[in-house]
Design a protein around this ligand. Structure first.
Ligand code: SAM
Length: 162
């Protein structure tokens, strides 16, 4: 498969899984957390499909298109490892949805991130919180949900707190 095909598949899967997650959290209170703004594509999609939710974005360096940058109250700038554990007072209660799109494709980096990020995500979750991640996480008291039809296993990971 060419890299172009792979990128197209990834973007289609991302849209499908974000839409699926938005439906899953319909009755779950709380904001959405976007871990990794990047160029703002998935943030922009989230705000379109979750128009009534607050969305907090965590990013070390803003490089997104100016049209896809949230207002200053909803940007938490810095290393997620430093900011996420201390973001509770800013974001309020447990998040309804947490989307982690942080991978640079390096498997060792993914393993290291999985170790430090998993407990930080658990600390921001409550009953019914849905977590989507580009790499696997170790989330105690979460069930692993199957992906929407047509998304290859391992392309994304979907969890829900019991
Ligand atoms: C793959 S991109 C996100 C793409 C985004 N979902 C989109 O649709 O445009 C990952 C982003 O996460 C940020 N990032 C990765 N690790 C981070 C960390 N430890 N702390 C803060 N930001 C991080 C990178 O700077 C990058 O902008």
């Amino acid at each position: 498969m060419s890299r172009l095909d792979s990128m197209i598949n990834r973007l289609v899967a991302q849209r499908q899984i974000l839409n699926h997650a938005a439906a899953l959290i319909q009755k779950v209170p709380g904001p959405a957390l976007e871990l990794g703004l990047g160029n703002g594509r998935t943030f922009d999609h989230l705000r379109e499909i979750l128009p009534d939710r607050e969305i907090f974005v965590f990013e070390r360096k803003i490089t997104a298109s100016p049209r896809s940058i949230p207002d200053a109250d909803h940007v938490i700038l810095g290393e997620i490892r430093d900011t996420l554990p201390f973001s509770g007072s800013r974001i309020g209660g447990a998040a309804a949805l947490i989307h982690a799109d942080l991978s640079n494709g390096d498997p060792t980096d993914d393993l290291a991130r999985r170790a430090w990020l998993s407990p930080m995500i658990m600390a921001r979750a409550g009953a019914g919180t849905v977590v989507l991640s580009g790499h696997e996480l170790d989330l105690a008291d979460f069930e692993r949900l199957s992906l929407p039809e047509g998304i290859r296993e391992g392309r994304y990971y979907l969890y829900r707190k019991q």
